[in-house]
Design a protein around this ligand. Structure first.
Ligand code: SAM
Ligand code: SF4
Length: 322
């Protein structure tokens, strides 16, 4: 469907849980996290209902996210059900990769086409510092297992100011060796992320062009969204930049979000949206659900306002899904 600003909305990011097996410093506090009660979290049946209504409204692409989506029991069953909804033609996932080695085959069989693995450093010690857990090698094995299964894999690196030139170049070599795109994502001042300063992606591109010479903007469409990709040399490596802070892309935004407790969230950093769980549990019909979603999406805000205190969301990113 289109919204009131003529943007085509065809993509939903679904956070299936707020729980996570890591504690990334920019995403969740170290301690004191109270997970939602199970009964407050949407059931698979409820998620499927929302996606069926969404598909009738023109939603074509679904991203499964979290918290960590692979910690939710039988996640592949949900994916199987979503992949059978007429109109939904692409299901992808973003994961921290810790359980990817054991879950990859089931995800592929259920219909996942592409996996984004979040990996912020290639240094195991720094990985443990950022995630507050020690499982770097398991994540690398997860990436390799997913590739071996024929899944499209991309790496997402949330960039904190401390990312060094050496690490940027290590990621560029990793991209060439593994032949997978690596995307640098600007840190957004949401939840715990507000404690960290974003590094401008333009500076990172400068590090690459100093090392490899002129970068070529890649014309390939990789993924659902706003990344700009660059290649160099023989084109095996590919680095993408997602610059939500310094290069706002709200004018072409194609997405809405569903939190694990059933809030249809219209914009990453705005409280705008509607609760779908309450009406569904109160017995709303499928047509009423569709009209509620349609009316809400029509009023999607024009843009995020990272700079305005009063319009901020009060959620951490594990509750929103990234
Ligand atoms: N656990 C899964 C994972 O890490 O991919 C899915 C959920 S996680 C919230 C989704 C993405 O959001 C991750 O790539 C993570 O790095 C990113 N993220 C979390 N907090 C962020 C922030 N403040 N700014 C930018 N990206 C953030
Ligand atoms: Fe967990 Fe993903 Fe948040 Fe890290 S970024 S704490 S892996 S939800």
């Amino acid at each position: 469907m289109i919204d009131c600003l003529n943007r085509t909305i065809d993509y939903i990011r679904i956070s299936v849980t707020d729980r996570c097996n890591l504690r990334c410093v920019y995403c969740m506090p170290e301690e004191g996290v109270v997970p939602m009660d199970h009964e407050d979290i949407l059931s698979y049946q409820e998620i499927v209902r929302i996606c069926e209504a969404g598909a009738r409204l023109g939603i074509r692409k679904v991203k499964i996210t979290g918290g960590e989506p692979l910690v939710r029991k039988d996640i592949e069953k949900l994916i199987g059900q979503l992949s059978r909804i007429p109109g939904i033609d692409d299901i992808t996932m973003t994961t921290n990769g810790c359980l990817l080695k054991e879950k990859g085959a089931a995800l592929k069989a259920a219909g996942v086409s592409s996996i984004n693995v979040s990996l912020d450093t290639l240094d195991p010690k720094r990985f443990a510092k950022i995630t507050r857990r020690d499982c770097f090698q398991t994540v690398i094995e997860g990436i390799e297992a997913a590739k071996a299964l024929g899944l499209n894999v991309k790496v997402n690196c949330a960039v904190m100011e401390e990312l060094t030139k050496e690490e940027v170049l290590a990621f560029s070599r990793f991209s060439m060796e593994q032949e997978i795109p690596v995307r640098f994502i600007e840190m957004m001042p949401i939840g715990q992320g507000a404690n960290y300063k974003a590094m401008n992606n333009d500076d990172l591109a400068g590090i690459l062009s100093d090392a490899y010479g002129k970068l070529t903007e890649s014309k390939r469409v990789i993924g659902n969204g706003p990344a700009v990709y660059y290649t160099w040399g023989d084109g095996r490596g590919s680095i993408g930049f997602i610059s939500a802070v310094n290069h706002k892309f709200c004018g072409t935004c194609n997405r809405v979000r569903l939190t694990s407790d059933g809030f249809l969230k219209l914009c990453l950093d705005s409280p705008a949206g509607v609760d779908l769980k309450g009406p569904m549990r109160a017995g709303i019909s499928q047509d009423e659900l569709l009209h509620l979603m349609e009316h809400t999406i029509w009023n999607k805000p024009e843009s995020h306002h990272f700079d305005k205190e009063h319009e901020k969301t009060d959620l951490n990113m594990n509750q929103i899904g990234g």
